[in-house]
Design a protein around this ligand. Structure first.
Ligand code: B12
Length: 528
């Protein structure tokens, strides 16, 4: 019997160590991360434990929460075994580091494959090698992972998988394994991530989701979702982050919440919804009764002109307060996600945005710097025009990665942290929460989360990419030599966007514009 070890690895990425002003870009690691990574469980669920005459062992590694470098031993195959290191869910800012680590693993004799948003949406030819050891996953895992595993079990990979198209028309049934208690304990928010549905028809120009998941909604069946949740509950998991975007637009969202109420599973969950939810009282009621603890809304801006410029005119800031009200009624925490540094914004406009959001008093907020995310059309247009930062590791929405016409980069950076300080300062947080009709335990948890946000920005770490107690061990300089030797450059060149294949374009067209227009008209006709 042959043996294949599959190391599913979520690579963290390079960041300057802010607090102590250390200049090298360290590999990001924390003793306690922000929340566990759901994509590792997703890929695990898709990995069979036997392929023909090969037994498969799966190891999940989230680099964010590795307190030492012991796990790097996994990047060397055991004698007589094949090791496939699969870089899971690699975002653009994580790509340089993931490729460096892949180079290291290859030098040790491993097979490697890099998948995730970056590989799916950007040109990766600068690192592609026809050496049988490095593969780029250009499509969603459901489509190409079986072939990659079969090739790995024979000891040789193709340079690319999924060139003919990113997406499958329908996804195979998948039941996700629960995270272990050990994995959950390593995070501030011990939530099991679960991505059961994908696709977004919205035209927002700054967002990469349409490029990654396509416009058409595709997802798991209700019984597969329930099976996953029940399995997790039996394993002692009580809280989920339903990571799929636009949960409220999923045709099975209400049936799922009704099933959760009927089965009395007693799970708590966090989800992401669009701001169109403001008028759907039934949804809030079901969410409140089925265990929803928090809803994340991409409000982005309070300025209708900015929203229009960014193709997000479906957001109407006049409706934001209603979202807070409806959530509060159900004792659900409302989370408003904001972006700052849009091209027409001045520092004054950003301060106004902070004040307006504080006045609406959602329970939680997050703040990002508007970034031309590689792989989006917005990025492709900006390339060569807006002084894009040459270092791909900067494209994490935490740091200015382009020359803003009106705000110098150091000021924009400071304003990002000021937004967190302004929103979460103790007095404001207390004023917001003291009148909410919530149990003491919930109130304390929300205050603590506020303190976590303040702790991170105090250390100049973005809370969403953050954690507690950073660990500084290796840095970019340690990988330069292997990078030069393997890929023959010093800095990863900024990539071009990868165009959609004809098959993917055809699938996007399956989203019926007439139906969307009809729904929009019906929504608009509702009384405000
Ligand atoms: C949930 C989420 C988070 C959570 C993650 C927590 C969790 N529990 O998992 C939190 C809130 C922490 C987060 C933070 C950030 N996020 Co985020 N996040 C998402 C979201 C909504 C879903 C990601 C997810 O769980 N996907 C599930 C996995 C299974 O899907 P996937 O990665 O798309 O992978 C598919 C394919 O790429 C492929 N694939 C992936 N890996 C592999 C590997 C192999 C071998 C193969 C064959 C295939 C394959 O198959 C998968 C489908 O089956 C996406 C939006 C989206 N819909 O993609 C944004 C998104 C990924 N985030 C984004 C960003 C920018 C960030 C932040 C940098 C923001 C910030 N400033 O803090 C941080 C980064 C921190 C970090 N730790 O990575 C961007 C990335 C853009 C880009 N081009 O890189 C996205 C796309 C959002 C956007 N609007 O554009 N995020």
């Amino acid at each position: 019997m042959k043996r294949l070890t599959v190391v599913l690895l979520k690579a963290s990425g390079y960041k300057p160590a802010g607090q102590w002003g250390r200049s090298p870009h360290y590999v990001t690691r924390f003793r306690l991360g922000y929340m566990p990574n759901g994509a590792l469980l997703h890929l695990d669920a898709l990995t069979p434990r036997q392929i023909n005459d090969t037994t498969v062992k799966v190891i999940r590694v989230d680099e964010y929460v590795q307190p030492n470098l012991d796990y790097l031993r996994l990047l060397t195959p055991e004698p007589g075994e094949t090791t496939l290191v699969a870089f899971v869910s690699t975002q653009s800012h994580q790509f340089p580091y993931a490729a460096d680590l892949a180079a290291k693993a290859m030098a040790n004799g491993c097979l490697t494959v890099i998948g995730g948003p970056h590989a799916m949406t950007c040109d990766t030819s600068m690192i592609e090698r026809n050496n049988g050891q490095l593969a780029i996953a250009q499509a969603e895992a459901e489509k190409i992972w079986p072939q990659i595993l079969a090739d790995a079990s024979r000891g040789e990979l193709r340079p690319r998988y999924g060139e003919d198209g990113r997406w499958m028309e329908t996804l195979p049934r998948m039941v996700q394994p629960p995270p272990t208690r050990g994995e959950l304990r390593k995070s501030v928010l011990p939530l099991a991530g679960y991505y059961f549905m994908r696709g977004c028809p919205k035209p927002c120009t700054f967002c990469a989701v349409g490029e990654i998941a396509g416009k058409r909604e595709r997802g798991q069946s209700l019984d597969a979702v329930l099976e996953t949740l029940i399995l997790a509950k039996r394993a002692g998991v009580n809280k989920f982050f339903l990571t799929s975007d636009n949960f409220n637009h999923w045709s099975l969202a209400k049936p799922l919440m009704r099933a959760l109420i009927d089965t009395k599973l007693g799970l708590r969950f966090m989800c992401q919804c669009t701001t169109a939810l403001w008028k759907d009282e039934e949804f809030f009621d079901l969410a409140g009764r089925s265990g929803c603890s928090s809803i994340f809304f991409g409000v982005e801006s309070v300025d209708p002109d900015v929203l229009k410029d960014q193709g997000k005119q479906q957001n109407n800031p006049d409706h934001y307060p209603e979202l807070v009200k409806q959530c509060a009624k159900q004792r659900i925490a409302s989370h408003f996600s904001n972006m700052i540094g849009f091209p027409t914004q001045t520092p004054e406009k950003i301060r106004e945005q902070l004040m307006a959001i504080c006045a609406m008093a959602p329970d939680l907020t997050s703040w990002y710097i508007m970034t031309h995310l590689p792989g989006t059309k917005d990025y492709q247009r900006a390339k060569g025009r807006f002084g894009l930062h040459p270092d791909l590791s900067m494209y994490d929405c935490n740091r200015p990665a382009w020359e803003h016409p009106l705000i110098p980069a150091p000021l924009l950076q400071e304003m990002l942290f000021d937004c967190y300080r302004g929103f979460y300062n103790f007095d404001k947080a207390w004023q917001r929460l003291k009148n909410r009709n919530i149990p003491m335990k919930t109130l304390a948890a929300r205050m603590l989360l506020g303190s976590f946000n303040l702790y991170c920005v105090q250390r100049r770490i973005h809370p969403m990419s953050g954690g507690v107690w950073p660990v500084y061990m290796d840095c970019e300089n340690d990988y330069r030599e292997i990078r030069r030797k393997t890929f023959e450059f010093d800095l990863y060149p900024l990539p071009d966007r990868r165009e959609l294949s004809p098959a993917d374009q055809a699938m996007n067209r399956l989203v019926n514009p007439a139906l969307i227009a009809k729904k929009r008209a019906a929504d608009a006709a509702l009384p405000t």
